[in-house]
Design a protein around this ligand. Structure first.
Ligand code: AGP
Length: 366
C-alpha cells in the first residue's frame, strides 16, 4: 500500500494530485486547433449523425449525475441543443419516454453501477441511442453501450470520486465543442474553448498544490453540524457536488440549494451556526451572487465564497480563489477546491478518508 500511495497519506489525496495528468490524458489526441473542434472517435458518429441529434440526456448516479448536470450546461451553452441530466437510479422505474432523436449518455467511473447499467438496458430495449462515458475499459456499462468516450482518469481507489469526476466534465466539454462545431459555434469560439481546455491541467495543479488556505478554512468550520452549498446555473451542479463530497467523507450534513431558491424557504435556517459555501463564477450572474452573500450575512450567517472573480473587500468571511479561465469551463475549476474543503474537514474530524462508513466504491446492488 505504501508503494501505491506514492508518499501520499491516502488515495483521495493522491488522486486529487493526479488530476492534472488525468485531464492531460483525457485531452490527448482529441483536440484539434486547426478546425477548433474535438475528435471523439469512440462515439462512432459522423457529422450528419451528430447534426441529427436533437437533445442530449445524461444519466448517472451520485457524483456522476452531478457531472452529467455540468455536462448538460456545457452542451446547451456550446451547441445550443436542449440537454438535461437525470439520476440513472430513477430512470427505469418511471417508464421513460425514449426519444429516437435524443443522444443518451450513461456516465460511470466504475462501469459497474447497477442502477446505471439497468438504465442503459432499459434504453436499449426501447431502441434509444446510448453512449457511455466510462472510466474502466471492459466494464459492464462500457460493453453494454458499445460506443462512447473513455475517461482515461486511471485507476481510482478512494470511495470519493475526484479525478474521474473531473474527467467526466472535461469529456462533456469536448462533446459540447464537437456538437457545437457541427452547428453554430464559430471557429473563434471553438478555438477559445480548445485553448481553455489545454490550460486546465496547469490551473488544476495550482489549486491542488496551494491548498494551505483551504485547510485553514476547513479547520475553522470543522465544528459546524450543517452547511449550505449555494450556486446559480453554472455554479448549481458545483454546489451539489461540493455538498455530496462533504457529506460522504466528513459526515457533516450539507445541503445544496439553487441560490435564488434560498428566499423561498431555506433562508429561515440561516444563523451563526449555519455556514454557507457560495459558488461565485465571474460571469453575468456575479452581481446576483454577491446579493445572495449579502442576504446571508445580513442574517448572521458565515459565508465562504469560492470564486474566480474579484469580490469587494469584506464581502465574505472567507474567500477561496481559483484561477480565471473560459467561463463555460468554470464548473471544472470551481469543483476542485470543494474536494479539498471536504478532504481537510474530514481530516480535521479524524474520519477514514478512503473508506467512509456505509459506502462502497461501486454500488452493484439495488
Ligand atoms: C462519488 O464520490 C461517490 N462515491 C458516488 O456518488 C459515485 O459517484 C456513484 O456511486 C457512481 O459511481 P460510478 O461512477 O462508478 O457509476
Amino acid at each position: 500500500d505504501d508503494y501505491e500511495l506514492g508518499g501520499h497519506s491516502d488515495f483521495m489525496r493522491k488522486e486529487m494530485a493526479e488530476q492534472a495528468e488525468a485531464i492531460a490524458r483525457a485531452l490527448a489526441g482529441r483536440l484539434d486547433e486547426r478546425f477548433a473542434t474535438a475528435h471523439l472517435g469512440g462515439l462512432g458518429l459522423d457529422p450528419m449523425a451528430l447534426r441529427a441529434i436533437k437533445r442530449v440526456k445524461f444519466l448517472g448516479c451520485g457524483s456522476a449525475y452531478y457531472a452529467g448536470q455540468m455536462g448538460a450546461t456545457l452542451v446547451e451553452e456550446l451547441a445550443r441543443i436542449p440537454a438535461d441530466a437525470e439520476p440513472a437510479s430513477e430512470f427505469r422505474y418511471r417508464n421513460p419516454v425514449v426519444d429516437p432523436d435524443t443522444l443518451y449518455v450513461a456516465i460511470s467511473q466504475s462501469g459497474e453501477t447497477l442502477d446505471t447499467l439497468a438504465a442503459v438496458q432499459e434504453l436499449r430495449r426501447k431502441g434509444g441511442r446510448v453512449i457511455g462515458a466510462v472510466n474502466v475499459v471492459g466494464s459492464a456499462i462500457a460493453r453494454e453501450c458499445g460506443s462512447g468516450v473513455f475517461l482515461h482518469a486511471g485507476p481510482e481507489v478512494s470511495v470519493a470520486s475526484t479525478k474521474a469526476l473531473t474527467n467526466m466534465t472535461v469529456s462533456f466539454a469536448m462533446l459540447g465543442l464537437l456538437l457545437g462545431r457541427v452547428r453554430d459555434l464559430s471557429a473563434a469560439s471553438g478555438q477559445r474553448i480548445v485553448a481553455g481546455l489545454r490550460a486546465l491541467p496547469e490551473r488544476v495543479a495550482r489549486i491542488v498544490a496551494e491548498d494551505a488556505e483551504i485547510e485553514r478554512i476547513a479547520k475553522r468550520f470543522a465544528d459546524a453540524r450543517h452547511m449550505f452549498f449555494l450556486g446559480r446555473v453554472r455554479g448549481w451542479p458545483v454546489a451539489r457536488e461540493g455538498a455530496q463530497k462533504l457529506k460522504e467523507i466528513s459526515y457533516v450534513h450539507a445541503e445544496a440549494y439553487q441560490a435564488a431558491e434560498l428566499k423561498h424557504g431555506p433562508l429561515a435556517l440561516i444563523d451563526a451556526e449555519m455556514p454557507s459555501v457560495v459558488i461565485v463564477p465571474d460571469d453575468e450572474l456575479l452581481t446576483k451572487n454577491i446579493g445572495t452573500i449579502e442576504q446571508i450575512r445580513a442574517r448572521g450567517g458565515p459565508v465562504i465564497a469560492v470564486t474566480n472573480a474579484d469580490l469587494p473587500d469584506g464581502l465574505a468571511d472567507e474567500v477561496i480563489r481559483v484561477p480565471r479561465g473560459e467561463p463555460e469551463l468554470d464548473p471544472i475549476l470551481l469543483t476542485i477546491p470543494l474536494q479539498l474543503l471536504a478532504y481537510h474537514t474530514a481530516k480535521a474530524l479524524g474520519r477514514d478518508i478512503d473508506k467512509p462508513r456505509n459506502l462502497a466504491k461501486s454500488v452493484t446492488v439495488e
